[in-house]
Design a protein around this ligand. Sequence first.
Ligand code: NAD
Ligand code: ZN
Length: 360
Amino acid sequence: MSHKNVPMVPRVIFGRGCFNQLSEILSPKRLNIKAPFIFIVDDVFKGKSWLASRIPLSYDDEIIYVSVNEEPKTEQVDELVEHIILTTNERPSGIIGIGGGTILDLAKAVSIMLTNKGDTSDYQGWDLVINSAIYHVGIPTISGTGAEVSRTTVLTGPKLKLGINSDFTPFDQVVLDPELTKNVPKTQWFYTGMDCYIHCIESLNSTYLNTFSQSYGEKAFDLCKEIFVDNKLSIKDAQDKLMMASWHGGMSIAYSQVGVAHAMSYGLSFLLGTKHGIGNCIVFNQLKAFYPEGVKLFKEMLDIHNIELPKGICADLSDDQFDIMITVALSMEPLWENAIGKDWRKSITKQKLKDLYKKM
Ligand code: NAD
Ligand code: ZN
């Protein structure tokens, strides 16, 4: 058996206020004064001086504000790359993503596409990237996805929703400042936080489970319970702990894989544009047969935090539309193999998935 040799983020800084050290972190990485740093920032921060005014700009550095109403697309990456090439004198010194999973994924993808030819969609898959990316930094402002540690960047392309999975994808530097998450709206906090919880459940109840994944997954699971079930932490402690839960959850999947909720949520997202966090919650809520304990606790958390999940999102779909979702979900073969085992095809039928989607 050959073992995976996974890349990790080589540098990480953690702590409230550590965002203020960004300038000293970036300065040594500036190639020359004509090679700018490009900051890709969630446009929710536009005009929010508590954050925007602390982004250290010098020389030709630029902030590009990006709306995250939709999940990142390969075309959007192509456009950003073209913009950067057209507006800079030299290849940038680095790309810095400041935002949630959407922005972090865009920043990773742009840093790869600045050194690799062709279209972004050419690289969706596993280990297709040829040249190393330019220096890239991830600064999460909401916790849960684990995108800050992962070796993938999930993108919707013309044909597929699939990540650029490569050893060049992980950030060179991550800045974990829990204070940046202070204004996350409550429902979004819950949905993105549950992405982390679901990562733990899928990783800990999987056939790929091993001690590496388990040790990170159990820690992340315990942190999630403290935050979302015990619900007694101060706001600051809860922010600190969720940021670390996200990190550990991401590390756990790095050495295993996600499972049924993610496979089916990809289907929803591809057809209906349902966003990752909420989509995972809508699917996971129906997965009692696969993850009985995890779903039970999830329903308790919904109650504790008064979260009402949308209902009937598949109510008016045609058979063709169900087929599209089912095809996308079933194409995530490693996820099913991880969740069910090598002979997953025997028990996971199209009809079974259709019955589940109909409940959502
Ligand atoms: P997001 O980036 O889509 O943001 C969700 C919402 O929260 C947005 O409206 C955003 O503006 C807002 N927001 C973020 N930070 C805020 C703050 N500090 N204050 C106020 N509002 C804030 O959410 P997400 O759940 O972090 O990311 C989802 C994306 O992550 C999906 O595209 C998914 O595919 C991707 N993802 C990637 C990986 C990976 O390993 N690469 C893993 C899981 C998910
Ligand atoms: Zn996820």
